[in-house]
Design a protein around this ligand. Sequence first.
Ligand SMILES: Cc1cc2nc3c(=O)[nH]c(=O)nc-3n(C[C@H](O)[C@H](O)[C@H](O)COP(=O)(O)OP(=O)(O)OC[C@H]3O[C@@H](n4cnc5c(N)ncnc54)[C@H](O)[C@@H]3O)c2cc1C
Length: 396
Amino acid sequence: MKLDEFATECDAWLSAHAEHKPGRGRFHWGDGDDGVVEIWSEHDPVADARRLSSSRAWRRQRFDAGYGWIDGPPDLGGRGLTHSHARAYAQLEARYDLPPQDWFKLGPVIGPILMAHGSEALQERYVPGLHRGDLVACELFSEPGAGSDLASATCSAVADGDHWVLDGQKVWTSDAHIADIGLVLARTDRDLSRNRGLSTFLIDMHDPAVDVRPLRQMTGGSAFNEVFITDLRVPDSHRVGAVNGGWAVAVHTLMFERQLVAGGHGRGGVGIANGDRLTELVRHFGRAEDPLVRQHLATVIGDFRVAGYLNQRRDLAADALIMAKLSLAGNLTAAAGLVAEVLGPRLAADTGEWGTFAWTRFLLGAPGNHIAVGTDETIKNIIGERILGLPREPRP
Ligand SMILES: Cc1cc2nc3c(=O)[nH]c(=O)nc-3n(C[C@H](O)[C@H](O)[C@H](O)COP(=O)(O)OP(=O)(O)OC[C@H]3O[C@@H](n4cnc5c(N)ncnc54)[C@H](O)[C@@H]3O)c2cc1C
């Protein structure tokens, strides 16, 4: 199907089922919810459940109409079109006022991982549901003693007939409190060194053997959790990839995840990248003629633009992707600095004024981007060693 014909069809469907954003998506100071600048969604569990059901309803309607998995195979409910078709739809959809979709951010990570490493049975059972919004996924890789050094993960999986029994603790698991399924990295062979003795499994997050405890963040919210797994029985059919082949799955997962982060999955990540909101902030608070503020604003907008171009290359090279993730983290921090410079004390106390205190969630959320999906330091090591060919870091 030609792209322009497809775009016309999508626009007709979207306008019949959703409202255009005010001003056809252009930002005007004072319009809408000023909380959208937060980087990580952090609500209480009751609000989460309410918002999740409206987000889910939109996803189901979209999938059933043939727009939920545009570049997916038709036998699994996809439309069988190209990635360009999917991108064209996403650009059109961004103009409409829709329920937040950030609950489903790991679908575009776990779905492709199951397609690449999972059995056909796993693909049929879970991938359509990830696209349709029936399932929320999480990723259980990090542990208290294994973050950057993920290969030292100790969560264990012991074979027991046609099952595995999993035990261990995971931490910083985003969305575990609302997730239906989770991808776990576990040690299946203690005699093999580090990354060679690991395997990955898809687990049921509702199993009583999985205890999810929220972690409080400095923003005040709880977007991630610690997860205790005790004698969890997982059928071998839910192993993803080969026994002791989990490292390849984990590395592939991180690649998809970096793609997602670099694309600005967080609400603030995308919401401010085009610069409109920051420009209006500077204007509204009378700083548009201040040469230092203007310079700061221009640098931030320019850097977001460059990161956007880099991000468009992500289909071409994993290297571009890793740099896009690193630059997004730096750009969000630079943007946070600009916001603090303009708002000053308005960030310290909530006076109820629109577009002021709400930015604290942006400022306090920005540092997380320097840590999630690989810290800046470990990413710089990868860039140094893999892209620039510098000598390897000494290993512990
Ligand atoms: C917002 C957010 C969401 C997250 N979501 C998830 C999730 O859903 N699932 C999940 O599994 N994990 C998640 N994480 C965890 C994340 O992957 C880890 O925090 C990250 O990998 C770093 O690990 P760590 O916290 O153990 O820090 P450490 O690895 O202990 O690092 C501590 C410091 O040492 C530095 N360092 C470590 N090794 C080196 C080295 N070789 N060279 C130079 N410096 C080094 C680091 O850069 C860092 O500054 C999330 C984290 C954040 C912030």
